[in-house]
Design a binder for this molecule. Structure first.
Ligand code: T3D
Length: 265
């Protein structure tokens, strides 16, 4: 029986998904792309899951597209795949699904994250990495532009000058450098990565999920708007959240000097 390309574990409302092609540094083949998308869609519907952690099996997080995959047609005399279609039909839905998840998402980057693998991590809400992890915008080295949202995420995370440098030179950025550059939230000891990710996941799972997700959406929308529009956007979110159970629960818990129990999603 073939082993699953995606391992799943559940603890206290936190789901951990582990990319499981360690022999190819968890690079994406068509099957793993499909499995990940389907799994995200199921998790989005599962109200018992309040936080998602994405990580990799073995010594890598994800090395991007599997460059050995026969369907790319890179062998002599083969017909080349239309990469535009691969991106449109497989990677784009995956990134959009991640960004639309109704729960917070943590990338626990356990090793090298290259190409689409790096930008998969940057599509997550909080990125933490083990000290021996690294990030590589590998695209220019093989004659491509950053995909999986790299052209959108990188300038927003580190500004145009840094983003272009990262994309053109494709140099390896250590986890520590990535943290210094503001690309990721936290760099931790390798041995602490799993426990830190789970602790953050449990903390987020106990928080008001709808407000966390609304914050992600409001920030993304504010990037496209002027201040007046952003203020209106905030009013729209507060109107909606102010009518939700979690707001009343949070305020009541404060007044009654007890821990809140949030349940909205
Ligand atoms: O193409 C499309 O459909 C469009 C979509 C594009 C999205 C993309 O992601 S483009 C970018 C693709 N990824 C890369 O270009 C990264 C290629 N890999 C590397 O540069 C290096 O492997 C790493 C920097 C990630 C790690 O280096 P290192 O020295 O630690 O390991 P290694 O020896 O290079 O690799 C170990 C094994 O993993 C090796 O297999 P082997 O020789 O032991 O049997 C290697 O072939 C395999 N591997 C690593 N990356 C990939 C891969 N196999 C398939 N695809 C990979 N991307």
């Amino acid at each position: 029986m073939s082993e699953s390309l995606l391992l799943q574990a559940y603890v206290d409302g936190v789901c951990t998904l582990t990319l499981n092609r360690p022999q190819s540094l968890n690079s994406f083949n068509q099957a793993m792309l499909g499995e990940l998308l389907t799994c995200l869609q199921k998790i989005a519907e599962d109200r018992s899951v309040r936080c998602l952690i994405l990580t990799g099996q073995g010594r890598a997080f994800c090395a991007g597209q599997d460059l050995h995959e026969p369907r790319l047609g890179l062998q002599k005399n083969q017909t080349r795949a239309d990469l535009g279609s691969v991106i449109e039909q497989e990677y784009r839905p995956l990134i959009l699904q991640l960004r639309a998840m109704p729960i917070p998402i943590i990338a626990a980057v356990n090793g090298v994250a290259a190409g689409a693998g790096a930008n998969l991590a940057f599509a997550c809400d909080i990125v933490i990495a083990g000290q021996s992890a690294s990030f590589i915008q590998a695209f220019a080295k093989i004659g491509l532009v950053p995909d999986c949202g790299g052209t959108w995420f990188l300038p927003r995370l580190v500004g145009r000058a840094h983003a272009l440098g990262l994309a053109w030179f494709g140099d390896k950025l250590t986890a520590h450098e990535a943290q210094q550059a503001g690309l990721i939230w936290q760099c931790v000891e390798d041995e602490q990565l799993t426990s830190t990710a789970l602790a953050l996941g449990q903390r987020l799972a106990a928080m008001p999920t709808r407000a966390l997700v609304a914050t992600r959406l409001a920030m993304d929308q504010a990037q496209q708007s002027n201040l007046a529009e952003a203020l209106l956007g905030e009013a729209k979110w507060q109107r909606e959240l102010g009518n939700a159970n979690d707001y009343a629960e949070g305020v009541n818990a404060f007044i009654e000097k007890r821990s809140p129990h949030f349940s909205d999603r």
